[in-house]
Design a protein around this ligand. Structure first.
Ligand SMILES: [Zn+2]
Length: 315
């Protein structure tokens, strides 16, 4: 079994602080904030659980008041997150009420490699927010558990919890008995091979699932692990903290916005500039505002050798 526990504090608070400072959007409704926090914790867990050099992007395309919730985590655990909310939202709105009212909401996991060959598309898996019988999932955790089982054939237990101070998560996954990433690294013990291979997983998963949201939010990792698994043989790795751990990081830049304007085309850019003094582009993730006046825009299109298109529609 492999487990990962994450507690986002500073990084998560910075996501919220930047949103609160954004005068055009304002703070998230409580229910949206908690959904985005759970999604952020989950994205860090997934990124830490795979060996992947690039960005992991976890998105929910909602059919309710939350049209989009997105978290991007790079391989060095730089993370950014944002949600697009349309219309009023109840503070106690459920997951389905936020993103899956008509049962057409989707969840996407994208792996965007840092170095990509020309024409190479990032890997993307997309799943509905309901099971094979159209029953709606009630949480981010339920969606992702189902995804991991369906797409990766990996038994996974996720516990996620969030408030305005912390976004936390615990992931438990059953490893293949042999193969890459198996911590035991040895052949199965013959004496135990008659035992149902799922039995250990079920026990650990049941313990993990007994963790309450308040405990996950409020207790430190040591206490959580001891409380849940004190009877288990536990091998712990050094926690990743500070610069090595999750931290807020936005990948937007003036150069990337310039490439986006280039993608618009000279005519479209000129027509915007006829109506206003400059082209203004705001970053929903960090709140940065980029301004390009007529001189800047002319310079973008004067470049005879345009830079390659940005791989990501997000700035
Ligand atoms: Zn930004």
């Amino acid at each position: 079994m492999r487990g990962v526990l994450v507690r986002l504090t500073d990084a998560w608070q910075e996501v919220l602080a930047r949103r609160n400072a954004n005068t055009s959007h304002g703070a998230y409704p409580l229910s949206v904030q908690n959904l985005l926090g759970e999604l952020a914790a989950a994205a860090v867990l997934l990124q830490s659980n795979i060996k992947f050099d690039g960005a992991l992007v976890l998105q929910i395309f909602g059919d309710g008041p939350v049209k989009l919730a997105v978290v991007e985590v790079s391989s060095d655990f730089g993370l950014r997150a944002t949600a697009t909310v349309v219309g009023p939202v109840a503070a106690d709105a459920t997951f389905s009420q936020l993103v899956n009212v008509g049962n057409t909401g989707r969840c996407a996991i994208t792996l965007d490699p840092k170095t990509r060959q020309p024409g190479q598309q990032p890997y993307q898996g997309v799943v509905p927010l309901s099971d094979a019988h159209q029953a709606k999932f009630g949480s981010v955790a339920a969606v992702l558990q189902h995804y991991m089982l369906q797409s990766e054939q990996l038994d996974t237990t996720l516990v996620l919890a969030s408030d305005d101070k912390v976004a936390a998560g615990l992931l438990i996954q059953r490893l293949p008995e042999q193969g890459v990433g198996n911590l035991a690294g040895s052949a199965p013990d013959v004496s135990t091979s008659a035992i149902d291979p799922l039995e250990d997983y079920r026990r650990i998963a049941t313990l993990a699932a007994s963790l309450k949201a308040t405990e996950l939010r409020e207790l430190d990792a040591q206490t959580v692990l001891h409380r849940l698994f004190w009877e288990e043989k536990l091998l712990r790795f050094e926690p990743l903290q500070g610069a090595q751990g999750p931290h807020f990081s936005c990948t937007c830049s003036r150069e990337r916005v310039a490439r986006m304007i280039l993608g618009l085309g000279a005519d479209e850019a000129a027509s915007v500039l006829q109506e206003r003094p400059d082209i203004e582009v705001g970053c929903d993730f960090c709140g940065a505002q980029y301004h390009f006046d007529a001189v800047d825009v002319a310079q973008i299109f004067r470049q005879s050798d345009p830079p390659p298109q940005t791989s990501n529609a997000l700035q």
